[in-house]
Write a protein that binds this ligand. Structure first.
Ligand SMILES: Nc1ncnc2c1ncn2[C@@H]1O[C@H](COP(=O)(O)OP(=O)(O)OP(=O)(O)O)[C@@H](O)[C@H]1O
Ligand SMILES: [Mg+2]
Length: 640
């Protein structure tokens, strides 16, 4: 815009300048007619210059006419002047165009230079960043050529191989490894084409400088190099391995110490209790022997009753220990836990009522649980008795409540019991007392067998309780603090079966009487002789065998006369299961009554086998044996 104004002014001012100069310099004043075309050509370009040249020529003609110079001037002079101006304008315009192009090229060059500088700066920043990153990595990073020679190693890799900075480049990795290193590298080389390969290596140094390395290697294509390079990330495992070994040792040590402690407590408890019971049994047996010399046998009966009572207690203790061992319940049926709690309460009423006020709060519509009524009652009895004993002298409240709720997965790990029990709906029985409570240390040990703060020889209560709960797929929790009382909760999976209403088994009011031969197969002499004597009492002839093979031999000889086989399940060499199998193979169809010290649940799989007519729990008692015989002979079609 400004340039156009300047050009216009020069064109407009030209006639004035010419007219004022002409009187002084004459026709030479025409020379200033070059100025406007030159200004126009240099400021606006060739075309504007030519236009101004034309305008100046027109002005010159007009001025010449007004000054009366037309007659003196030849037209060639005007043409020459115009031509000279036009040539000058073309030259200046051309130079101007060149100048402008040069300037544009300069500017583009400047921009290019700036851009390149920026790229170079960014590249440098990137390289610096990668360098710092790789050098400050805790993991060793190293690049190798095809002959496992170092092309690059970061500071961590140099530390691992105890090398000075920069000294690894050019060295072969094999020089730094132990004898197995070469094999590991060779094997990795065959697999690396399919992806990263990880393996362990050991450095050549011995002693404290020896390092165990976890190496992950990847094949890398190097653009500047036709050969493939290998990138190895090296993780120093030495310290971690040492810590792990230490930790393993410590935990093994603690486990061993704990196991030894538990075993010691267990062994002590068993020994103590059995000793006491056996003292009673042996003492009474001795007394009974003495009494048999006297005519009056009342004392003998008394002693024998005591023997029976003590032996009963011993059997009870072994049942508690079986429960602790988590052996499955004897029977499973749908049980109403509220009813079980009331039954348990009735059993302990006499002891509990004197020392505690017992409140029951049962949830309405409580779903049943699948389990063994007797064992669940034992759980409740144990918890209530513990609560009563925790109350001390003053009469306080014990609250027994039942509820049902959903137990989520995150709650289960905090509960003791069956580790496989899953989240779901649980029936919860709580026994809360306002007794002495427990310290955290005490609470940590209460489920250990024979751990008791009461008298020696006790402490199976909670161990058995937890065993029973575990066998029912349930869990337990304890909340307690000293002086604040305790709450024990038992979680049992809710069932949707209707509650079983079964009549109690009728007492064998009429003793069983029978005839015929029964074969008792048991490796325990005591069991064989006791069973034989009891069978004799029922009128049967008993023959015995001390092993499965012995029993099979007897049966092949006397198969026709034997009416029933009483078969122990746990025997060395050929156990009950194998014997049963052999009997079937030999086509001996005598009915079999199984016997075991383990719970019926353990042998459940065998009960459905052909020929198996029942199960008898050890220790064998007359009443149970009578019931089992009656059941066995009822199950046999040809029974008497
Ligand atoms: N409700 C409770 N309040 C305070 N302490 C308790 C409670 N229940 C259990 N304990 C503590 O836990 C210990 C172990 O209990 P556990 O029932 O296993 O054995 P015990 O009651 O000593 O003997 P028993 O074999 O006759 O049951 C108890 O000796 C007692 O110290
Ligand atoms: Mg107890």
């Amino acid at each position: 815009m400004i340039r156009s104004v300047i050009v216009l002014l020069s064109v407009a001012g030209y006639p004035f300048a010419f007219l004022s100069l002409h009187p002084r310099v004459g026709d030479t004043a025409f020379a200033i007619g070059f100025v406007p075309p030159l200004i126009a050509a240099s400021l606006l370009g060739m075309r504007a210059g030519l236009a101004v040249t034309l305008a100046v020529a027109a002005i010159d003609v007009a001025d010449a006419r007004s000054l009366g110079l037309v007659s003196t001037h030849r037209p060639e002079a005007a043409v020459i002047s115009f031509g000279a101006k036009a040539a000058l304008v073309v030259a200046v315009g051309f130079l101007r165009r060149l100048w402008l192009r040069l300037q544009a090229a300069n500017r583009a060059l400047d921009r290019e230079v700036q851009l390149r500088q920026q790229v170079a700066d960014e590249l440098k920043r990137g390289v610096d960043l990668y360098h710092t990153l790789v050098q400050s990595l805790g993991e060793g990073v190293a690049m190798f050529d095809g002959h496992d020679r170092f092309m690059f190693a970061n500071a961590a890799a140099e530390r691992v191989f105890c090398a000075a900075p920069g000294s690894l480049v050019g060295r072969c990795l094999l020089e730094l490894l132990d004898s197995e290193g070469a094999t590991a590298l060779k094997q990795a080389a065959t697999r690396r084409s399919t992806g990263p390969v990880a393996y362990e290596l050991k450095t050549r140094e011995e002693g404290p400088n020896s390092r165990l390395l976890l190496v992950t290697e990847t094949a890398v294509d190097m653009p500047a190099n036709a050969e493939q390079a290998v990138l190895r990330v090296i993780h120093d495992m030495t310290e971690r391995q040492r810590l792990q070994a230490e930790q393993r040792q410590l935990s093994e040590h603690m486990q061993r110490a704990h196991a030894v402690q538990s075993l010691a407590v267990l062994a002590g408890g068993v020994a103590h209790d059995f000793n006491n019971l056996l003292t009673g049994v042996l003492g009474n047996a001795e007394l009974a022997l003495l009494q048999t010399r006297r005519p009056d046998l009342d004392d003998v009966r008394h002693c024998l009753m005591e023997i029976q009572e003590f032996a009963q207690e011993a059997a009870d203790l072994s049942r508690q220990m079986l429960a602790y061992a988590g052996k499955s319940p004897v029977a499973t049926e749908a049980v109403d836990v509220g009813e079980v709690a009331s039954e348990a309460l009735r059993l302990v009423q006499t002891t509990a009522a004197a020392r505690a006020q017992i409140v029951q709060e049962h949830a309405a519509d409580l779903p049943p649980v699948q389990g063994d009524r007797m064992q669940l009652r034992r759980v409740l009895v144990n918890l209530i008795m513990n609560a009563v004993e925790a109350l001390g002298e003053r009469k306080k409240t014990i609250r027994i409540s039942t509820a049902t709720r959903f137990v989520a997965a995150d709650e289960l790990p905090g509960l003791a019991g069956d580790p496989e029990s899953a989240p779901g709906e649980y029936v919860i029985v709580s026994v809360r007392d306002a007794g002495c409570g427990m310290s955290a240390e005490l609470k940590a040990r209460i489920f250990e067998p024979f751990f008791s703060t009461k008298v020696a020889g006790r402490g199976m209560g909670l161990a058995a309780t937890l065993g029973i709960v575990r066998a029912h797929g349930g869990r337990m929790s304890v909340e307690s603090s000293p002086g604040e009382g305790s709450t024990f909760r038992v979680f049992l999976p809710a069932s949707h079966e209707p509650v079983s209403r079964h009549s109690r088994p009728s007492q064998p009011s009429v003793p069983i009487r029978g005839t015929g031969t029964i074969l008792v197969i048991d490796d325990e002499r005591a069991v064989r002789s006791t069973a034989a004597r009891m069978l004799g009492e029922f009128g049967y002839r008993a023959i015995v065998a001390e092993s499965g093979q012995d029993g099979l031999r007897t049966l092949t000889q006397e198969a026709s006369s034997v009416r029933l086989v009483m078969l122990d399940l746990t025997m060395p060499a050929m156990d009950g299961k194998d014997t049963l199998e052999q009997l079937r193979r030999a086509n001996i169809g005598v009915p079999v009554l199984l016997m075991s010290g383990y719970q019926q649940q353990e042998v459940a799989g065998l009960l459905g086998r052909p020929g198996v007519v029942g199960f008898l729990q050890k220790p064998i008692q007359m009443e149970e044996l009578g019931r089992a015989l009656r059941g066995a002979f009822c199950a046999v079609p040809s029974a008497p």
